[in-house]
Design a protein around this ligand. Structure first.
Ligand code: F6R
Length: 314
């Protein structure tokens, strides 16, 4: 993964980085956006749709991420965006996007095939970080990535135990799970939601402070029921974030909602993001195991994809 770091580069002075993709591929854009904010990279806008904004032009670098290379929305995005910017990068393992890349000479970052998209988050993320680094738009360096991998390897036993506890907590209550945290961990909560949706086959709601204090909080005045369980996630080194989550905790407590605390570990934002991602990944697979469910199978997505064409093409 890091061996291929930065082997491919793009040249140009860019105004914006636009990242398009869906589901397990689209989350890569969310992660790059937050990392870029924190580590002073290019402004990033993420699109999880087939629709292309009018303002994109040749000053923008457009990255389309689709693990399979066959996702309808991502292909439709490419079809439209290629008339707006010539700076196109495709990140994929296969499919039509690989074929179009070869035919049109798009910059192509090949991801190892034969996995499910969500498991390939690290390779898709690292391939984009490497491309940006070697192109003069560093967000996260190769050394930072290597350090993070070491950090996770060392803590894996503890992480597996915590993931098992978290899965047991969710299964014990069998309620609608709420992932509650503070900015800039909103993207981690979206990743966690997707992992529990796809691996454990349960719905999940995401609540993020400080925006939470301006709407969700009122919803907690008179909920129809207390059939929820909350997972509170915070960065212990972020005083404001931690205090906001403690405030949320007191509101959920007043409604007698069972709560589980996750303290993010790591020496920087990148490590904490990776730590949380691995924790949710392991917990969601463990929950699937407890429930006797195949974590890899996503029948409903397949069903949707089989008719997506008829929705989008008139
Ligand atoms: C995640 C998953 C889905 C897909 C999404 C888009 O593991 O299976 O969320 O990522 O349907 O498909 P791709 O990633 O192939 O563009």
């Amino acid at each position: 993964m890091v061996n291929e770091w930065g082997k491919i580069r793009v040249s140009g002075r860019f105004r914006l980085l636009v990242i398009a993709g869906m589901g397990g591929s689209g989350i890569v854009g969310d992660y790059i956006a937050r990392l870029s904010e924190i580590y002073n990279g290019l402004p990033v806008i993420v699109y999880k749709t087939h629709m292309v904004p009018e303002f994109i032009n040749d000053r923008d670098l457009v990255i389309i991420v689709s693990y399979s290379g066959n996702t309808h929305e991502s292909i439709a995005f490419l079809e439209k965006v290629k008339n707006k910017s010539r700076n196109i990068v495709i990140v994929s393992s296969n499919g039509l996007l690989e074929k179009y890349s070869l035919e049109n000479n798009y910059v192509f970052l090949k991801i190892p095939s034969g996995m499910v998209p969500r498991i390939s988050l690290p390779s898709m993320l690292v391939s984009i970080l490497g491309l940006l680094d070697s192109s003069g738009y560093t967000i996260v360096s190769r050394d930072t990535v290597i350090d993070a991998i070491d950090f996770l390897k060392h803590g894996i036993n503890d992480l597996e135990k915590k993931a098992g506890d978290l899965a047991c907590f969710i299964n014990e209550w069998k309620r609608l799970v709420i992932l509650a945290s503070h900015y800039p961990y909103d993207v981690l909560m979206i990743r966690g939601k997707n992992e529990f949706n796809e691996n454990s086959k349960i719905p999940v709601k995401v609540e993020i402070a400080p925006e939470w204090m301006h709407n969700d909080i009122v919803g907690w005045e008179k909920p129809y029921s207390n059939m929820y369980s909350v997972i509170l996630v915070f960065d212990p080194d972020d005083r404001v974030g931690k205090t906001l989550v403690e405030y949320m905790d007191r509101v959920y407590e007043r409604k007698d909602i069972p709560r589980y605390r996750v303290v993010l570990k790591g020496r920087n934002y990148f490590e904490k993001l990776m730590y949380g991602s691995l924790l949710f990944g392991l917990a969601s697979v463990e929950l699937a195991r407890i429930r006797g469910i195949d974590p890899l199978e996503t029948i409903s997505i397949k069903e949707y994809k089989s008719i997506a064409n008829s929705i989008f093409v008139s």
